[in-house]
Design a binder for this molecule. Structure first.
Ligand SMILES: *Cc1c(COP(=O)(O)O)cnc(C)c1O
Length: 368
């Protein structure tokens, strides 16, 4: 099987982890600080606050803007469930604006109808590693006085308008094992805002300013030096990781773009795609249904997957939830969930493997 993700740590990670083990300082310390500096360099942000995962990064970012009960966060319906769960954990109410099927991200044209009296935050998701259409989203947020929290869990090193994402308000990145940069579990919030950064640093450590001086009820969201040591060496490889993924994506584009009923992903102008996932759409024009294509790929030894099979709100546990508001639904998001298939695009893919992937797709979309 050609896996959709490969988690591989090298000698640099081993050496740094060993250094931490021997230092006697395993919890948050100098390594976490170094990790935060790398996150500042990656995004160009003034501040980076490391936390223990990408979900708590979202919760902290939402809490840092001072949400009140009843306040609403507008986000994408087509995302990993952590986006929605973080909104609920922060005590807010979730609403959804539909996406575009070009970049799988929030459609700026769909936002105004969903923004209301109680909206406090707009939370775009940079899905698969491509930035959402941030210019009109940021302009609308400024006009309506809304905070921005970018869910950049999948988008380390992605660019919009020629510069790195991560500074439109607050941005959160995940360092979960399968993300483009990883520390097993880990997360970070980046921002240019001094006051928000200060609040985030307290929030992750029980609201504590100085020893036993609590300013508000906080959490233990601290990252460990052990985890930071796993991630640190990878920052130096980020450009190579993105370049390898981009080359794999270009190869798939060349060989798969002309198939009937298959839409290959595009990089929109001004963007750098981080290619966390390479995601096809198998449309209604395809002679073979999506689920059959997926089954055939898996049978051919290609670890293709569906990210994500339904709109995030479309589960029993959210249907009666008083703080999950779906209104008329999101027709594009719901349709796309039934069309997507992601192919292995990671940096460890060999040429023989990507040839095998292409051959498997070409065979899978032909009627039996
Ligand atoms: C992975 C992911 C998260 C959550 O990150 P964790 O580190 O797993 O908590 C949030 N949003 C999106 C879009 C993700 O892909």
């Amino acid at each position: 099987m050609i896996p959709i993700t490969v988690v591989q740590c090298g000698p640099e990670e081993e050496a740094l982890v060993l250094q931490v083990l021997r230092s006697g300082m395993l919890a948050q310390g100098a390594m976490v600080q170094q990790f935060e500096q790398h996150c500042c360099e990656m995004t160009g942000a003034r501040h980076a606050v490391a936390v223990n995962n990408g979900t708590t990064a979202l919760v902290a970012a939402l809490e840092a803007v001072g949400l009140q009960p009843g306040d609403e966060v507008v986000t994408s319906p087509f995302t990993f469930v952590a986006t929605l769960n973080a909104i609920l954990e922060a005590g807010a109410t979730a609403r959804f604006a539909d996406i575009r099927d070009t970049d799988f991200n929030l459609d700026p044209a769909a936002l105004p109808a969903v923004i209301g009296e109680r909206t406090r935050v707009v939370m775009p998701v940079h899905l698969y590693g491509q930035a959402a259409e941030m210019a009109p989203i940021a302009a609308l947020a400024a006009e309506r006085g809304l905070a921005i929290v970018e869910d950049a869990a999948q988008a380390h090193g992605a660019h919009y308008d020629g510069r790195p994402i991560g500074t439109y308000g607050q941005a959160t990145f995940s360092f979960y094992a399968t993300k483009n940069l990883q520390s097993g579990e880990g997360g970070v919030i980046t921002t240019d805002d001094d006051a928000l950064a200060d609040r985030l640093r307290l929030l992750r450590n029980h609201g504590m300013r100085a020893r036993y001086q609590y300013e508000f009820p906080g959490h233990n969201y601290r990252l460990t030096d052990l985890a930071a040591a796993v991630a640190i060496p990878q920052f130096g490889r980020l450009e190579a990781i993105i370049a390898a993924r981009t080359a794999n994506a270009a190869y798939y584009g060349q060989h798969l773009a002309a198939l009937p009923g298959v839409v290959t992903p595009v990089t929109l102008p001004g963007r750098r795609h981080a290619w966390h996932q390479y995601t096809l759409r198998i449309t209604a024009e395809s002679p073979v249904p999506r689920d059959t294509v997926l089954q055939r790929l898996n049978d051919a030894g290609v670890g293709a997957g569906v990210y994500y099979p339904r709109a995030v709100y479309d589960y029993e546990c959210y249907r009666q939830h008083p703080r999950v508001i779906v209104d008329g639904g999101c027709p594009v998001g719901e349709r796309v969930a039934a069309e997507v298939i992601s192919l292995p695009v990671h940096q460890h893919l060999t040429e023989a493997q990507r040839e095998q992937v292409v051959a498997a797709v070409l065979a899978a979309v032909v009627p039996a």
